[in-house]
Design a protein around this ligand. Structure first.
Ligand code: BG6
Length: 277
């Protein structure tokens, strides 16, 4: 029997244990899974996949998929188990998929815990827009940290630079110290930073592919910038030793000082819009 996404025109196939859906419209194609509500690729017409997926990614229940856009929710990082929260290793419920009037395709999925309800809306075409709404189902205050952990593909990390963060303070997760960004972010060693006081537009420039990715964030004052570099890459089983050269994570977040507290029944929304120029 076809499921709701197949009925609406998605093509379903299996990668390991995980069903993956492929959808195409006039402007782009998208692959996603209900496992983790994770976007796996977004390829605008006549362009490369904007997102990165590890050749060693594991498609197995209980393990996160390395690449695309995992959803870290309702906590960010290893503050509790599982690291980055249960949402990226949970099966989300499909709600629906439809074409919108401007030619974009809209996909909706939800995931519920005893305390919280998450509703993820993807819109894709020439741009990729993701919104996550979290509703506090408890009668009390509830603290949430979260991230859209986007892995972007780059020609070579040596060709990549990030603008829009100059002068912003960040928490350096490697030294556990706060620092101030000076100029563009460039990469020559392991990088793991939470810029938690910035709502600016961020640009990822790639000299090798002559491409700029524009990342616009909605109701998010934090952006995580991560590249594991050589040693950490070797320690990760689902990450090739040399793959750090071909990716950069720019994560739209509510993390560190930007974590949020929801009142009873309150809904918190945040999101990102990705475009190529
Ligand atoms: C980033 C964190 O968001 O995710 C890093 O800042 C972490 O510290 C990285 O290493 C990957 O996490 P994971 O759990 O997917 O290996």
């Amino acid at each position: 029997m076809k499921d709701v996404f197949e009925i609406s025109g998605a093509i379903r196939s299996m990668r390991g244990d995980i069903p993956v859906y492929r959808v195409e419209n006039e402007f782009a194609s998208l692959e996603f899974s209900t496992y983790g509500a994770q976007v796996l690729s977004w390829t605008p017409k006549n362009q490369k996949n904007v997102l990165w997926l590890s050749e060693k990614a594991v498609f197995q229940h209980g393990k996160p998929i390395r690449g695309g856009i995992p959803i870290c929710w309702p906590w960010f990082g290893p503050v509790k188990t599982p690291s980055h929260g249960p949402a990226r290793v949970a099966e989300w419920t499909p709600i629906g998929m439809a074409a919108s009037s401007n030619g974009m395709t809209v996909v909706e999925m939800v995931y519920e815990t005893p305390d919280l309800l998450a509703c993820l809306t993807l819109r894709f075409g020439k741009t990729l827009v993701i919104q996550l709404d979290t509703t506090n189902l408890t009668g009390d205050l509830y603290s949430v940290s979260e991230a859209m952990h986007a892995y972007f593909a780059v020609s070579d990390i040596a060709n990549a630079s990030v603008s829009g963060l100059d002068g912003r303070s960040f928490f350096n997760q490697l030294t556990q110290k706060r620092e101030i960004q000076s100029g563009d972010v460039v990469f020559s060693s392991e990088t793991d930073r939470i810029y938690d006081d910035c709502n600016d537009l961020i640009h990822l420039h790639d000299k090798g592919w002559n491409r700029t990715i524009v990342l616009e964030r909605f109701n998010s004052n934090s952006c995580v910038v991560w590249n594991p570099w050589t040693e950490k890459a070797k320690r990760m089983e689902d990450f090739g030793d040399e793959e750090y050269k071909s990716m950069l994570c720019l994560e739209t977040a509510h993390a560190a000082r930007d974590a949020r507290t929801l009142k009873a029944s309150e809904t918190l929304s945040f999101g990102m819009r990705v475009a190529i120029v």
